[in-house]
Design a protein around this ligand. Structure first.
Ligand code: 3H9
Length: 709
């Protein structure tokens, strides 16, 4: 293997170029090569100063995240990090000016290496940051100690707890960067190094003194940020550990603060929270890799789009295109429905504007990209149409038949169906290779998931284009197979089945919702249904009944259909599982009617309602998800368990710190999950059946992620 850090002398300066594609991550070999390179330069009479720069598109994106998997105990990490801290001190002790030349990103360990240099110069578009918290860890190579000395405790705390990178100009104003280089970065860095060498200047960040006043302000900032994390980071460890480490440095100085940082880092890096978040980091990148759609599959440029149906979903989808700068036709059957749809879109943008996230001019510019229409005029010029009409097979088939004649043969026809058979639409269109599902999640302009549903004949080009389009629209695209409900809603049917049955058995709507929001979901099953509309599920059930099917194995609760019959569709009608102040309001109160309906349903099924423990609610729901997820995987409707986790994290806000439903099942241990399924089968009946894959994995002593653990 070639040396990951090249050494050369340029104009009397030693230039160390890190070359570890794709992002110059700090593998053990890179750490070692940087160390050796600096020491060589210090001893090299031909060098007056030293520049550390990255090759390719970036400086250093951080420590190599995969390497953390080898750390099994905090002690493993403590001994390793002692070496890293010593290495960075050696760099900082260089007797020649050491300059970091930053382009692209200096993130995590990359920023910590840069802060262990005496100076930092950067291109204008470079970014610096400490995103470790997003991986469930804290900066572990001095970041919690050096950053407060450079940028002040308050900004350091913000950067280390929200993980967001800071652009170079702001970083310079805050003292993290010494100079912005306009022209060639390397030449600028060399000139900077020579200037410092001529003036015999070096500056060790660890020796920057913090005044008593700044310490007091920093400690105040620690208390303040802890109080806000109590609300925003409930259930997480790493953000609080960051504050502890910064606080230790402020109170006890750099050396003791560094030891505390190492201790806290070492506890975090072996935590389930960190393992789960690291798993998601890679799973999110893996979803873009579809085994039989090679990287070089040609894609189609999407310059113009159309959406059929201006209801809640259609409107949200049109907003996605407009937000990405893509002109979009929005079609409805009549003017009144179209006007309503456009008014909702405008209202959404105005809310965004009122929060200061858009200017009035941006709102008008974006609205101008959406052209309302009641005809197919202009559909012959679009590159993609997304169908978002009612979830009704006949209506959708008729729409696809029309689209097949109204659009160009190369136009992609995507359906936003949340459950129905894409292949039937494909046949109706007359050109099945161009048809796929684009299942957005409500609200479509907010939720980041896009399920890309692959039909029998969908071409690889359509899949590759959809994945690229997802990125353009700011979504995470996951390719799934064409089964009823695809991945997200097929599994959700089991989640909802358990939620309904738990209610009939004695839990209340509020208890179930609260337990699941405490678990980390943004909204519980009942609150979610009230937002999505009880009528949506009821119509799907009616369709399924007409073809002799049901959404999930097992007893079907009558309560949701009774609410539908009463016209209680949720927030939009002012009543559903809860009652609301007014139609459209989010202010909800529990409704005794639901208890009454639950009593009646329980009686019919011969159940005596009794209190249900919170743990049982979480166990039943997560077990139902993992068991059905195992079936989805086994039947090939999801490519990897990680794809299912990404679907649940981005589609439903399943808590990231659990890694998603499949990773969570692995955390519990698949033998325990299987034991639960068998226990429920004994208690409730044969509709609880272990998924064959679950049984196989347990028999083989493996988990869903056995190759990684
Ligand atoms: C840390 O530094 C701890 C320290 O305190 C030190 C403690 C001792 N490691 O995202 P992309 C891969 S923790 C390994 O698609 P982009 C990535 O998997 C780290 N691999 O590109 C992908 O591989 P593939 C703190 C990494 O242009 C490829 O590179 N740092 C790492 O959209 C391209 O990535 C972070 O958390 C890594 N650190 O975005 C930053 N980074 O092609 C993590 C990337 O096989 N990285 N890969 O799928 C990022 O945020 C983005 O990758 C970045 C580029 C913004 C840099």
């Amino acid at each position: 293997m070639s040396d990951p850090v090249r050494y050369e002398i340029k104009d009397g300066v030693a230039v160390l170029t890190i070359d570890n594609p794709p992002v110059n991550a700090l593998s053990p070999a890179v750490w070692d090569a940087i160390d050796k390179g600096v020491q060589r330069a210090v001893a090299d009479p031909a060098a007056d100063a030293i520049v550390l720069i990255g090759s390719g598109g970036t400086f250093i994106a951080g420590a190599d995240i995969k390497v953390f998997d080898v750390l099994k105990t905090p002690q493993d990490s403590m001994s390793r990090s002692a070496g890293t801290h010593a290495l960075l001190r050696r760099m900082e002790d260089s007797t020649k000016p050491l300059v970091a030349a930053i382009h692209g990103n200096a993130l995590g360990g990359g920023m910590e290496v840069a802060m262990s240099c005496h100076y930092r110069v950067a291109t204008k578009d470079a970014k610096v940051g400490q995103p470790e918290v997003l991986l469930g860890i804290i900066p572990g190579a001095g970041g919690t100690q050096r950053l407060p000395r450079l940028a002040g405790a308050e900004l350091a705390l913000t950067m280390c707890t929200d993980g967001k990178p800071v652009a170079a100009p702001k970083a310079k104003a805050a003292g993290m960067i010494d100079e912005i280089v306009d022209g060639d970065l390397l030449s600028g860095a060399i000139a900077f190094g020579k200037k410092k060498a001529a003036a015999h200047e070096t500056r060790k960040v660890r020796e920057i003194a913090i005044s008593a006043d700044a310490v007091a302000k920093g400690l105040e900032a620690c208390a303040k940020i802890r109080a806000s994390l109590d609300k925003t980071a409930r259930g997480l460890k790493a953000p609080f550990a960051v504050v502890d480490a910064v606080e230790a440095g402020l109170k006890d100085g750099f050396d003791k603060g560094s030891i505390r940082e190492r201790e806290l880092f070492s506890q975090c890096v072996v935590s389930t929270e960190s393992k789960a978040l690291r798993h998601l980091f890679f799973a999110e990148r893996e979803v873009a890799k579809v085994p039989d759609v090679p990287k070089d599959t040609p894609t189609k440029a999407i310059k113009r789009a159309a959406v059929v149906g201006a209801g809640t979903m259609g409107g949200g989808i049109a907003m996605n295109y407009a937000n990405a700068g893509i002109p979009v036709l929005l079609k409805e059957v009549d003017k009144a429905a179209l006007d309503r749809g456009i008014a909702t879109i405008r209202k959404n943008y105005e809310v965004t504007m009122s929060k200061g996230k858009m200017t009035a001019e941006q709102v008008e510019k974006t609205m101008a990209l959406i052209t309302p229409t009641t005809t197919y005029d202009g559909f012959d010029r679009v590159d993609i149409v997304t169908e978002a009409v009612f979830e009704n097979m006949d209506l959708k088939k008729a729409t696809f038949a029309e689209l097949g004649t109204m659009t160009r043969p190369d136009c992609i026809l995507a359906s936003n169906s949340s459950t129905l058979d894409i292949d039937q639409f494909a046949q109706a269109s007359g050109r099945p290779a161009q048809v796929c599902g684009h299942h957005y999640f409500s609200p479509a302009n907010v939720m980041k998931l896009l399920e890309i549903v692959r039909g029998k004949e969908t071409s690889p080009e359509v899949i590759a284009t959809s994945l690229r389009l997802a990125k353009t629209l700011g979504k995470v695209g996951v390719v799934v197979g064409n089964c009823f409900g695809f991945v997200a809603n097929r599994m959700l049917a089991y989640y909802m089945r358990e939620a309904y049955l738990l209610l009939e058995e004695g839990a209340s709507v509020q208890q179930i919702d609260n337990v699941l929001t405490d678990f980390g979901l943004p909204v519980g099953p009942y609150g979610m249904q009230d937002i999505a509309g009880i009528d949506v599920g009821a119509r799907i059930r009616q369709y399924l009944k007409s073809i002799g099917k049901s959404r999930a194995e097992g007893p079907q609760s009558e309560i949701p259909d009774r609410l539908f019959d009463m016209g209680r569709y949720g927030q939009k009608t002012g009543a559903g599982w809860y009652t609301y102040d007014a139609p459209g309001s989010r202010n909800r109160t529990p409704d005794p009617l639901i208890e009454q309906l639950a009593e009646e349903a329980a009686k019919k099924r011969g159940i005596v309602r009794k209190p249900i423990a919170n743990e049982e609610i979480v166990a039943r729901i997560t077990t139902a998800l993992a068991n059905e997820g195992a079936r989805v995987l086994d039947e090939g409707f999801a490519t990897r368990a990680g794809d299912i986790d990404v679907v649940y994290v981005y589609g439903f806000g399943f808590p990231r710190r659990t890694g998603g439903p499949m990773f969570y099942a692995d955390t519990i241990g698949l033998p325990a999950v299987l034991a639960r399924v068998n226990e429920y089968r004994a208690r409730f009946g044969d509709y609880w059946q272990p998924a064959p894959l679950l049984e196989r994995l347990v028999a083989e002593g493996r988990g869903f992620y056995s190759t990684r653990s």
